[in-house]
Design a protein around this ligand. Structure first.
Ligand code: UDX
Length: 437
């Protein structure tokens, strides 16, 4: 099928490349000319494992093209995926101006039947507004448009695998024809066993927010338990094992630590909460999830202040700056929130990250960065493990200790083994587990 993808952020770019890989003829479109030129050269504008190789393959086969000309992208498309950003407004509500503008472009440039697919995370009710926009802009053409909600569940860092081997594909549509087109789009994945769930549009829109909010709730539940464990002598990782072996609960997303960040959970949770309130329902649980998540950073900062006493003149090293491993994304990264708090208390904060250093520096210019973990630890009074990159597992702990002013480690992701830290002579403060002092 002929596919246009509007927006080349994480979701749009991975959708473009994987749709082309599945055999569709894809044009990825973005208003940012510079970005399009970079993409045409096969360079990914962000770090995502496997993306460069996939771009090379699909650009090389001619299945994927990029264009900043919306008309060229939309004109012959059977399906248009809207993958534009939906950033938070000051109120927490999603700003949907880019979705409206994409819908207007589709109305303006479509030349035949077209299925308009919302892939960006949007509040329930958006499809009705997209449909109204199409009607207003192109009243003579309205029977040619179908609107579909097809939320994307990919995670940064494993986006390609998540797209090609999804847990489920969710399609909410309003007409049998639109379902038919979406079945054809996803046929290569369904043939390989992917589960296709078909619902009405509102259910699909709600489901995306419901999943993200539920996962965030699991994390906050564990972070609240971590606070309980720290006060009672329990061990949150062991509690997670016990809980996780109950198949009704499941082990994933039960890791306590510095909490969730990234461009999805924080903003989607707020948008969902705003949507609930607009619908006249007080979804107070979501506010608690957010509060506990903020508290996770505060509790870690308090721990550091408690151990170091005055931060003025002290040096704190942050290992890992991205919001999670295998991405260079630092948006709403707990590491940076922690860094800012420590700086406000007078500490000099120095960071190291395998991929996210440039982004961290532009988000937080006053952050010192170092070229490797040992340089970052040099003269440091406290090292904080903020993001559990695999390479931190194999650090030379003796070398790290030698470089530091005080042998003090705060583990914001419970990555290190307490016995090993004790053996190497560190004072070790994990999250929700007993410290070794
Ligand atoms: C998330 C959803 O998982 C994905 O389905 C959706 O499409 C987009 O939002 P992503 O933001 O890429 O994906 O990251 P994810 O892997 O879900 O992690 C989110 C945050 O939760 C990270 O900051 C991570 O460190 C944190 N996390 C995750 C925990 O603190 N504990 C856990 O147990 C799991």
């Amino acid at each position: 099928m002929k596919v246009a993808v509007i927006g080349t952020g994480h979701v749009g770019l991975i959708t473009s490349a994987t749709m082309a890989y599945l055999g569709h003829d894809v044009i990825g479109n973005d208003l940012d000319e510079e970005k399009i030129v970079t993409l045409q050269r096969g360079q990914a504008p962000f770090f995502e494992p496997g993306l460069t190789e996939l771009l090379e393959e699909t650009l090389g086969s001619g299945k994927l093209r990029f264009s900043f000309d919306s008309q060229e992208a939309i004109r012959d498309a059977d399906v248009v995926f809207i993958c534009v950003g939906t950033p938070p407004k000051a109120s927490g509500e999603a700003n949907l101006i880019a979705v409206e503008s994409a819908a207007k472009d589709v109305a303006r440039y479509a030349s035949g039947r077209v299925v308009v697919v919302e892939k960006s995370t949007v509040p329930a009710g958006t499809s009705a507004r997209v449909r109204r926009t199409l009607e207003r802009e192109r009243p003579d053409f309205i029977d040619k448009f179908s609107v579909v909600s097809n939320p994307e569940f990919l995670r940064e860092g494993s986006g390609i695998r998540d797209s090609l081997e999804p847990d489920r594909i969710l399609v909410g549509a309003e007409s049998p024809e639109a379902f038919e087109v979406m079945r054809a789009i996803y046929a290569p994945l369904v043939e390989k066993g992917a589960k296709l769930v078909e619902t009405n549009i509102e259910t699909a829109e709600l489901s995306k927010h419901a999943c993200n909010a539920f996962l965030a709730m699991k994390i906050s539940y564990m972070n609240a338990l971590a606070r309980m464990c720290e006060r009672s002598g329990g061990d949150v990782d062991s509690v997670a094992e016990v809980m996780g072996s109950d198949e009704r609960i499941g082990r994933s997303f039960l890791n306590a630590g510095l909490g969730y960040g990234g461009y999805c959970f924080p903003k989607d949770l707020q948008a969902f909460e705003r949507l609930a309130s607009r619908l006249g329902y007080d979804f107070g649980l979501l506010k608690e999830v957010e509060r506990i998540n903020d508290e996770a950073v505060d509790a870690t900062a308090d721990k550091i202040i408690d151990v170091l006493w005055n931060l003025d003149g002290k040096r704190v090293t942050l290992l890992g700056l991205s919001f999670k491993p295998d991405t260079d994304d630092v948006r709403f990264a707990p590491a940076l929130a922690l860094g800012r708090k420590l700086q406000a208390e007078g500490a000099t904060v120095v960071g190291y990250d395998p991929q996210a250093m440039a982004n961290a520096k532009s988000e937080m210019p006053e952050l010192e960065v170092a070229s490797d973990p040992y340089t970052a630890a040099a003269g440091s009074h406290c090292l904080v493990l903020c993001t559990e990159w695999a390479e931190f597992k194999t650090l030379d702990l003796d070398r790290l200790k030698q470089a530091m002013a005080y042998p003090l480690v705060v583990d914001g992701r419970n990555m290190f083994e307490p016995e090993e830290m004790e053996k190497r002579g560190f004072s070790y403060y994990p999250t929700g587990r007993s410290p070794i002092v």
